[in-house]
Design a protein. Structure first.
Length: 256
């Protein structure tokens, strides 16, 4: 009996630890790029919309370009979005926000080389943080790398790749992270992958379909996690309305 009591105590402590980790995951996820709103930008929303309008872009266009680009690729309009974002100093100097945005543009450039050509032409008109931002996008576009889902930053980059292309590969890589051992910091990565898959499946029918497809052939922990995600999606299978001013709802950022 003493052994049984000790086991119950250990399980209880384990549950407490899990709750603490879950709280930490929530804090981390709250900072992920795919839930960043224009409140994170240096200008108020009204000023930001005015800047968009100067480039012939509505806030709805902006949301579509940064959330559903693959559905209606428009490289020229994307360049205009880049020009608008170059006016947001705080955004440019915050890599956890600007990094995935830069990766999105670099991903698009793999299929549309003229995007890099346009950026190279534009960079001569900028200096300081704006010039550095353009140079970062150009470097990523010229030396493009898709990384394994081994950090929250790489998860964000993979979602950027999906948004840019609509391809299954990035989503399948994120799904593979569900199979990582749930020990140490890895449990945070598993939680981030699970949360982002659930969130994006609500916004993108294609992500939902990929999860359903992969769940059919998955096994072990990955199968369990995918089934849990699909169960969570049952009551909210309809697209989630896009909130005005959302940049990359993750993450890393709703299917029409």
């Amino acid at each position: 009996m003493r052994g049984a009591s000790a086991l119950v105590l250990q399980e209880s402590e384990g549950e407490v630890a899990k709750r603490r980790v879950a709280g930490l995951i929530t804090v981390i996820l709250a900072a992920m790029v795919f839930t960043v709103s224009t409140s994170a930008l240096s200008q108020p929303t009204s000023d930001f919309e005015a800047t968009l309008a100067q480039h012939g872009i509505s806030i709805e266009d902006f949301d579509r370009m940064t959330t559903y680009y693959y559905q209606n690729p428009q490289p020229n309009k994307l360049i205009s979005v880049v020009q608008v974002m170059l006016t947001q100093d705080e955004f440019l100097t915050d890599d956890k926000h600007f990094g995935p945005f830069a990766h999105l543009i670099a991903t698009v450039a793999q299929d549309e080389p003229r995007v890099l050509s346009r950026l190279k032409d534009l960079r001569t008109s900028y200096a300081g943080p704006q010039r550095n931002a353009i140079e970062q996008i150009i470097r990523e576009g010229e030396d493009f790398t898709t990384r394994p889902p081994d950090s929250p930053t790489h998860l964000d980059d993979l979602w950027a790749e999906f948004i840019a292309t609509g391809r299954e590969g990035p989503v399948k890589k994120i799904i593979s992270a569900l199979g990582y051992p749930e020990t140490g910091l890895q449990i945070l990565l598993v939680g981030a992958a699970e949360w982002s898959l659930t969130s994006n499946a609500k916004r993108h029918k294609k992500v939902h379909a990929i999860i359903e497809q992969e769940a059919m052939s998955a096994s072990g922990q990955v199968k369990e996690k995918l089934d849990d995600i699909l169960e969570k999606l049952k009551p909210t299978a309809q697209p989630v309305p896009l909130e005005p001013g959302t940049v990359f709802p993750n993450s890393h950022r709703k299917e029409r």
